[in-house]
Design a protein around this ligand. Structure first.
Ligand code: ADP
Ligand code: MG
Length: 314
């Protein structure tokens, strides 16, 4: 029987938890725990690519680069993203290898440092909006803006931060390799933190861009590019809801593409959180995908058995 191909996108809480100190030990422990459901999917015979966020991790890399200014070479943002793809890929890969070993499952795992093609003319490069890195006072932020050409903006009432472009991902540079690996049973960790944003120069060569890509949007493009049937977006909530966080909250079990587009236009899914997940779901289903499930990390296996989560289908 042909195995089902899926992309699993791990949310921030799969690796770092708000209530804990952010240490490498905790990251390994959380990641190991979070992969239990993924192991169940592998046992069930799925062929998988796994993607993940990198918000706190890339923020810390940038912080170290700032602290080391003048002492160690400056790293552009696209290198920071590539570094977290490698480092976090190592961690997730090792946690998964150890779990598979414990369960005597003979499947190999590999990390692909992924480059994601964007347009240099993406509107977000003119109007950046994605907050990144540390919080600063207004004065510090304005100094950085002057000295380093950063764009800075006030982030809620917590302080000032740098803002960078978050361009729309167009295609995965390594799609053929990843597709081949996944179809041959390798579990592939790819597009970490949304992947490294790159653009194509006139002569066809590639170059990195100081920007970050939304990991759910990159996951949808990866899922399309490797011909996956299913995109699983794992986050903190078990189901997508209408009127989320209000007394009128209504959790959704199964919805159609048409319904989800209507709910999106009605404003049920905010920009910084559920919005990009829903838009990614729509993009995947409109580009040939069969099904998107949004659920919590704990319920991933139940969700493919239709016992949990929100299922969106064409
Ligand atoms: P990630 O897991 O990728 O880090 P986010 O934390 O950015 O994801 O976004 C997921 C969060 O969005 C949920 O944990 C929930 O608090 C919030 N959210 C906002 N609107 C909704 C909604 N309509 N239904 C469910 N969750 C929502
Ligand atoms: Mg989050």
């Amino acid at each position: 029987m042909k195995k089902k191909k899926a992309v699993v996108a791990l949310g921030g809480n799969a690796i770092t938890r708000k209530e804990q100190e952010d240490t490498i030990e905790n990251q390994f422990r959380n990641t190991t725990q979070s992969l239990s459901g993924v192991v169940e999917l592998i046992k069930d015979g799925f062929n998988l690519a796994i993607t993940h966020g990198n918000g706190p991790q890339v923020g810390n890399v940038i912080y170290r680069v700032e602290l080391a200014r003048g002492k160690a070479p400056y790293l552009p943002l696209y290198i920071c993203v590539a570094d977290t793809e490698g480092g976090m890929g190592y961690m997730i890969e090792q946690c998964l290898r150890n779990k598979l070993k414990q369960e005597n499952i003979n499947r190999d795992v590999v990390t692909v440092v992924t480059q994601v093609i964007v347009s240099k003319e993406d509107s977000s490069t003119v109007n950046p909006s994605k907050f990144i890195g540390q919080f600063y006072t207004r004065e510090e932020a304005e100094n950085f803006a002057r000295e380093r050409g950063w764009k800075v903006k006030k982030d809620s009432n917590r302080g000032w931060r740098r803002i960078v472009p978050s361009p729309i991902p167009l295609a995965i540079a390594e799609k053929d390799s990843i597709k081949n690996l996944v179809e041959n049973g390798f579990i592939v960790i790819a597009a970490g933190g949304g992947g490294v944003p790159i653009f194509r120069r006139e002569d066809g060569t590639l170059q990195g861009l100081d920007a970050v890509i939304d990991k759910d949007r990159a996951s949808a493009v990866l899922a399309r590019d490797i011909g996956a049937e299913l995109l699983l977006i794992l986050t903190e909530v078990e189901k997508v809801a209408l009127n989320y966080g209000t007394p009128q909250q209504k959790n959704l079990d199964k919805i159609s593409l048409k319904e989800v587009k209507k709910y999106l236009s009605e404003g049920h899914f905010p920009e910084g959180s559920m919005g990009p997940k829903i838009e990614s779901a729509i993009q995947f289903l409109e580009s040939g995908g069969k099904e998107v499930i949004i659920t919590s990390i704990a319920r991933v296996y139940d969700s493919v058995k239709r016992k949990a989560g929100t299922r969106i289908t064409v």
